[in-house]
Design a protein around this ligand. Sequence first.
Ligand SMILES: [Zn+2]
Length: 325
Amino acid sequence: MSYLGLDLGATNVKGALVDDEGRVLAHASEPLGDGAATLAPAAVAEVLARVAQSCVRDWAAVRAVGVGAPGAIEGEVITGCANLFRDSQFPVPLAALVAARLHGKRVILVNDADAAALAERWVGAARGFERAAVLTLGTGVGCGLFLGGDVPLRNVEAGHASVGGPDGRQCSCGARGCLEAYAAAPAIVRAYGDDSVTCRDVVARAASDDRAARAVDGAARYLAVGCLDLCRTLDVGAVVLTGGVARAGPPFLDRVRRHAREMDWTCLPCRAGRVVLGSVAHAGCVGAARAALNEAPRRRRLPLGYFVLALAVGLVAAARVRTVV
Ligand SMILES: [Zn+2]
């Protein structure tokens, strides 16, 4: 069987058909187009369905569909989202809207940060650790935290852990000093001081532009604080960095590790090596597929004893028939 994972972003939709071991069998994507933030839910569901149809040839082999979406999710609806459905009324029943366009397949909604975390836990850098944290560094900072299980703990907001203290930078959540106010992509662009460039540009310039290097290094430093806090308070074996900022690659990871080494304790083994990069391609889709796998009803298998009993009853019945004849 296979699972379809769809990743609804602020500007585009990606999809991947995934087998039950996490391997990507097919993938597709489509931009949401102009005015993506104000598109109606039905219009977004249409794009999701088109991407789904591009990925799937045989719907009979698809057990369930997962949709990773930004914002707050309760069951099958989105209860709030800063980047999408700005002109729409919440809750948005996205699972039902997509299911109606996909042969009535079961559709499971999952927060996009949780989806990325599920992917890294399933087939990526968080696999094999009893305790692991996955930080998604993008427009915000999300966290999937695994403490002895394969499903992220609910309501963990490590992106809003205070790393800057009560007088730290203002965060969009209303508090001060949150990790997100330093390490999210918009924070890095703000620190650079030029809104006309993307975070990716700033990171790319860091090798040759001192101002860009300072902006990126500042983010890496506060991120190192957050990573060390996760290691110390929860003893996670890995802090996996994923998302757009982390995809700036090894140079960004090296900066985070260097700061972690400088700030780590000196009387115990250093934990900077626990900070690693995510390794799953199409992580949002693969994780959404994993959410579908977790939730999809499995076919109940009868215990072997039933078959043995049925066989015994059949043999006895056959013997009686023969005796009567
Ligand atoms: Zn905050």
